[in-house]
Design a protein around this ligand. Structure first.
Ligand code: ZN
Length: 271
């Protein structure tokens, strides 16, 4: 499943092709992904000039000079393909720029989505209205975590996955950040000392930046827009590495499953 680093990598791949360019056409090869496409999508996007390509949490944002933002989510298996040689049955949306560049949104499992929102009030619409700060932003730090986690008895892992506390974190990078910060995933969020929250906030940024630098990671068939695979899994600290040595202390990495979701951690150095 694409996580924040994959979406950031995607956005960085799309930006040079789309920013400042006019959209000559947008073809919709079906009526929906996880939900129906906005009825006005084709009309609003055709002929519009893209002013910015960005990201909020795990959503990609394509802003136009008509005051619209096309918001995309890659779901479980989505990826943008750049100048595909042929359009297959999983290429559900195809954008062509006035320069003749083609971008196709390929999504075999169709858990992705496309919405069209007014750019000037993006933050007040679902899913953005209740979202916490960006983990790579300046406002996400130990002081913020201390305030957000105050009095909370849920596990730190569950709290970091809560999009209202911090936006866009998924299982892989939460496991890895907790290992880097040497904090046990089951520890109550409100019981972690402030100095350790400073380390945790830095650790979250560090694992995300490393993944973005490596081009994103994936469990499945994620590909960068230029067609290169963005696997980063060999560099995960603990995620998917049960039985291998912990990068902090060399003890054996363990896996625990709660509600069908795996947690990878080191029982020796994560406290
Ligand atoms: Zn360890």
């Amino acid at each position: 499943m694409p996580e924040l680093p994959e979406v950031e990598t995607t956005v960085r791949g799309l930006a040079p092709v789309l920013e400042g360019r006019r959209i000559a056409s947008i073809a919709l090869h079906r009526g929906d992904l996880r939900r129906p496409f906005p009825p006005e999508l084709r009309q609003r996007m055709t002929g519009a000039r893209v002013t910015r390509v960005g990201r909020r949490a795990k959503y990609g944002l394509i802003e136009t000079d008509r005051g619209d933002t096309m918001v995309f989510h890659l779901g479980m298996s989505g990826s943008w393909r750049l100048d595909p040689t042929e359009i297959g049955k999983h290429d559900h949306v195809v954008i062509e720029t006035e320069e003749g560049r083609r971008l196709s949104l390929n999504d075999p499992r169709r858990f992705g989505s496309i919405d069209l929102l007014p750019t000037d009030s993006l933050d007040s619409h679902a899913p953005f209205a209740a979202m916490g700060p960006e983990p790579l932003g300046d406002s996400f730090d130990g002081a913020y975590l201390a305030k957000a986690l105050d009095g909370r008895t849920a596990s730190i892992k569950a709290l970091l996955l809560d999009q209202r506390i911090v936006a866009g974190l998924g299982n892989i990078y939460v496991c890895d950040a907790l290992n880097l910060a040497r904090i046990a995933p089951g520890r109550a969020g409100g019981h972690i000392a402030r100095a350790r929250l400073d380390v945790l906030a830095d650790s979250v940024k560090s694992v995300l930046r490393a993944a973005i630098k490596a081009g994103g990671s994936s469990l499945r068939n994620y590909a960068r827009p230029d067609g290169e695979l963005g696997y980063f899994s060999s560099e995960w600290r603990v995620y998917g590495r049960e039985g291998l040595p912990c990068p902090n202390c060399q003890a054996t990495i363990r896996r625990r499953v709660d509600n069908g979701r795996s947690t990878f951690y080191c029982a020796k150095c994560q406290r």
